[in-house]
Write a protein that binds this ligand. Structure first.
Ligand code: NAD
Ligand code: AHE
Ligand code: ZN
Length: 375
């Protein structure tokens, strides 16, 4: 069938809106009509050419919500008409990773997903007779897409697509990093580096976890008001302090008898490896945990003195906030519908597919938190 898609033909070039062909679902696959999709920094990362797994031409987008329109043979967990959120981290509940209970990183289809293919090794999308690759197993920058059954989370039908699409990545990643990965306890002191679409969700996760001190760090001064809106208690703009950032942050966290200082938890939401180092080194000696969320370009590496780890700081990472998608995503949709978490104010721009490149421009200029394309 014909579908409308924003196609990434080449790294570093704007997306092109085209009519492309989509084949129906094969066994254990579902076709979903995408109703809305967010634009995450990771889409920009891949489009820029910085992603070692980037493949072109492809249909990007991994933060969507929609309705199942057709199911392939053998599909039992969803039916046409069900509302779903596509999962770039699927949950098969059968692979060694799912069974380990130690990780959310299901390995059932990761190899083909990374090559832009469905689990049987082929693509369902084509343009002028040539295949177009899928992206992160989702390709939500098309108004219809095909996904493996294990890569959709069924969600309640009264939740608005143009808001819950954000749960497909940013909301779950930020809140999950706090709750699942760092397991922040009430009263903790935390520092969040980068207050964009992910960092603000880390902040609202820290508020949920009842952290005491929530320091936000960003080079964009406009992000101060944004952080405060979701529970940030202090803001630091590294360009304005006139001194080294790490000792400045450590000083801010010194209190009472504890004159060593340092945060209990820090989160990198920038993808900048120098910032990742600062986040680790701003942790408290003996127990501070730093969580890497940002995705760094091909070839980038992190560094620190091993002494930082010898003295008890812990460096961790998280993908999709450690969430098990089919299990956890419907619960996060409930949290939103029950007003336990906020989404609406973070969606700063709603765009038609024809304006999708504007969403990337707004991100580059630091003018949006999340742009959402509504089909
Ligand atoms: P964004 O563009 O909305 O926000 C990034 C923020 O970082 C901006 O506010 C920017 O001003 C700030 N920033 C940039 N350089 C900085 C610096 N040197 N110091 C302090 N702040 C700085 O991006 P986003 O959508 O929030 O994504 C953030 C990162 O998280 C990206 O690298 C993205 O690829 C990654 N990500 C990872 C996961 C995961 O599962 N691990 C999920 C989603 C996104
Ligand atoms: N292809 C990149 C890796 C990108 C990456 O780490 N992606 C995160 C999700 S970012 C969502 O916005 C992720 O899920 N990682 C786990 C995985 O299996 O990819 C690269 O650097 O190669
Ligand atoms: Zn994302």
């Amino acid at each position: 069938m014909d579908v409308r898609a924003a196609v990434a033909f080449e790294a570093g070039k704007p997306l092109e809106i085209e009519t492309v062909q989509l084949e129906g679902p094969r066994p254990f696959e579902v076709m979903v009509e995408i109703k809305a999709t967010g634009i995450c920094h990771t889409d920009e990362f891949t489009l820029s050419g910085a992603d070692p797994e980037g493949i072109f031409p492809s249909i990007l987008g991994h933060e969507g919500a929609g309705v199942v329109v057709e199911i392939g043979e053998g599909v039992t967990s969803v039916k046409p008409g069900d509302h779903v959120i596509p999962l770039y981290t699927p949950e098969c509940r059968q692979c060694p990773s799912c069974l380990s209970r130690k990780t959310n990183l299901c390995t059932a289809i990761r190899a083909t997903q990374g090559k832009g293919l469905m689990p049987d090794g082929s693509s369902r999308f084509s343009f002028q007779g040539k295949p177009i690759q899928h992206y992160m197993g989702c390709s939500t920058f098309a108004n219809f897409t095909v996904l493996p059954e294990i890569a959709v989370a069924k969600v309640r039908e009264d939740a608005p697509f143009d808001k819950i699409c954000y749960i497909g990545c940013g909301v779950t990643t930020g809140i999950g990093a706090v709750i699942n990965t760092a397991k922040v306890e009430p009263g903790a002191k935390a520092i969040v580096f980068g207050l964009g679409g992910i960092g603000l969700n880390v902040i609202q996760g820290l508020r949920l976890a009842a952290a005491d001190m929530i320091i936000g760090v960003d080079i964009n001064p406009d992000r101060k008001a944004w952080g405060e809106r979701f529970g940030m208690t202090h803001f630091v703009n590294p360009k304005e302090i006139g001194t080294d950032l790490v000792p400045y942050l450590v000083d801010m966290t010194k209190k009472g008898a504890d004159q060593i200082g340092g945060a209990d938890y820090t989160f990198d939401c920038t993808g900048n490896v120098q910032v990742m180092r600062q986040a680790l080194e701003a942790c408290h000696r003996g127990w501070g945990v730093s969580v890497v969320i940002g995705v760094a370009p091909s070839g980038a590496e992190i560094a620190t003195r091993p002494f930082q780890l010898v003295t008890g700081r812990v460096w961790k990472g998280t993908a999709f906030g450690g969430a098990r998608g089919r299990t956890d995503v419907p619960k996060i949709v409930d949290w939103y519908m029950d007003k336990k978490i906020e989404i609406d104010p973070m969606i700063t721009h709603i765009l038609p597919l024809s304006d999708i490149n504007r969403g990337f421009d707004l991100m580059h200029k630091g003018e949006s938190i999340r742009s959402v394309v509504v089909y």
